[in-house]
Design a protein around this ligand. Structure first.
Ligand SMILES: Cc1cc2nc3c(=O)[nH]c(=O)nc-3n(C[C@H](O)[C@H](O)[C@H](O)COP(=O)(O)OP(=O)(O)OC[C@H]3O[C@@H](n4cnc5c(N)ncnc54)[C@H](O)[C@@H]3O)c2cc1C
Length: 422
């Protein structure tokens, strides 16, 4: 296939918004300025929403030589959707369901590939410490996945775990598991890396442009934004919290919630710092699942400053266009409960509190499929239900396969639309 290269700065020449590209990003050959009014505004594929899943999808499409347009209503990246906040846990012994493990094997390989290709460090191996009262669902699920796929886990005693990570206080009747091949990925850097390299490979990514509607017209899909109209052979919708608005028929299937994350200021940072402290997930018998990260040095990771933690539970139901960004009442008490019970030395003033969106499916599993009724011309990825980021590197590949080949070899049957409305 002939590779087409488009220069994003050509958009600037005609007054269009563009992603800022460094000098090294400028393609050296075959520059074809784009105009919205020219016949060239037809694409092999348009990616609606260049956040987490959209950025990697643009990359996989551009890498394969397709003419791709990514449209993003804000910046690459931003803090109004689902991906802000410095870090996302990545792990393989998937307590949610073992069927995710083969996808995670591929996600791990793809993260390594993009890191090797670009020199950008995204995956940080800290391991993940899981703990909960004996018989809890969290460690039960971790055990199920690791047994099915022979994934290595350490099973320290409580004393051994507390010796290695002295910041934790773990009750005597709890079970502890440590997953060494796990840690966190950096969402903003991952998205920028995929988008930047997609541009280098010829993708056109336009920012501060909102898609208003799309429809099928004959053999093409017509996409209308607040800035122009485009046509494409294939449309891929990766709209995060805006999916209920952009995907017909899914409004009743998706619930968007506002989730709070906080960063606290422990008196002594050393036991909580990167290198001394792992990512962790615990199941409290009364309040459910909490999780957190080590303190990350800002010179390498940017802000916010401090020790990050959150409660993985359904937050306040909201609409992505109309989110009240104030700290949800009760957040501080809830997270201080967790710290005082399990990490009392971390108790300290709150340095930052931020909100972020979950797009929840009814069964908390992702929805990745062709949208019925459009001849496989429209592919969707939504319902990431607060656990999608670690899959960004594989979801981009899956979406590029589904859109351009009509199928994927990766086992995603359990994420299909068939299960909805049952
Ligand atoms: C607090 C919190 C903690 C989390 N922790 C973890 C974790 O530890 N591990 C993990 O794996 N996952 C985690 N997740 C989940 C993960 O971050 C999300 O599943 C993932 O970011 C969802 O990606 P997305 O592409 O669907 O959404 P987004 O990244 O929000 O991207 C959607 C994009 O579409 C754009 N868009 C929408 N509509 C339009 C339109 N009409 N026109 C143009 N652009 C449009 C939006 O602006 C946005 O940029 C967490 C999420 C939250 C909120």
């Amino acid at each position: 296939m002939k590779r087409r290269i488009f220069l994003t700065t050509a958009s600037a020449a005609i007054g269009l918004p563009l992603i800022t590209a460094s000098k090294s990003l400028q393609p050296q050959t075959e520059i074809k300025p784009m105009s919205r009014n020219s016949a060239a505004a037809h694409y092999d594929a348009i990616v609606l929403g260049v956040g987490s899943m959209g950025s990697s999808t643009c990359w996989f499409l551009a890498d394969r030589g397709f003419k791709v347009l990514g449209i993003e209503q804000f910046d690459i990246s931003h803090d109004k959707g689902s991906h802000a906040g410095q870090s996302r846990i990545i792990r393989k012994s998937y307590f949610e369901h073992p069927d995710y493990v083969p996808l995670l094997e591929r996600a791990y390989a793809n993260w390594k590939n993009i890191e090797d290709l670009t020199g950008s460090k995204i995956f940080n191996h800290t391991g993940v410490l899981y703990f909960g009262k004996k018989g809890n669902e969290l460690t039960k699920g971790v055990n199920t996945s690791s047994t099915k796929y022979s994934l290595p886990l350490d099973r320290p005693t409580i004393q051994q775990a507390q010796k290695q990570f002295p910041a934790f206080r773990i009750p005597n009747d709890y079970e502890v598991i440590f997953e060494p091949d796990a840690g966190f990925v950096t969402p903003e850097r991952a998205i920028l890396t995929y988008a930047e390299d997609a541009i280098k490979k010829g993708a056109l990514i336009q920012t501060k442009e909102t898609v208003a509607e799309w429809k099928q017209e004959g053999s093409t899909i017509k996409v209308t934004s607040d800035k122009g109209t485009y046509t494409c052979d294939k449309l891929i919708i990766t709209a995060g919290g805006w999916a209920p608005k952009m995907i017909p028929g899914l409004k009743q299937e998706l619930i968007v919630t506002k989730q709070m994350i906080i960063w606290v200021n422990p008196k002594d940072w050393k036991p909580f710092s990167l290198g001394n402290f792992p990512c962790w997930i615990l199941e409290d018998p009364e309040r459910g699942s909490y999780y957190g990260f080590p303190i990350l040095p800002t010179k390498e990771f940017g802000g916010p400053l401090g020790l990050k933690l959150a409660h993985h539970k359904p937050g306040e139901v909201t609409h992505a266009d109309n989110v009240n960004r104030d700290t949800t009442p009760g957040t501080e008490e809830d997270l201080m409960y967790c710290l005082s019970k399990y990490m009392p030395d971390a108790l300290g003033p709150i340095l930052s509190a931020k909100s972020c969106l979950y797009t929840n499916s009814k069964d908390q599993n992702f929805i990745i499929d062709h949208l019925p009724g459009y001849d496989k011309k429209v592919t969707i990825a939504t319902g990431f239900s607060g656990h999608g980021f670690k899959f960004v590197s594989v979801v981009g590949e899956i979406l590029a396969d589904l859109a351009m080949k009509g199928k994927t070899d990766l086992p995603i049957g359990f994420l299909s639309m068939n299960r909805l409305n049952k």
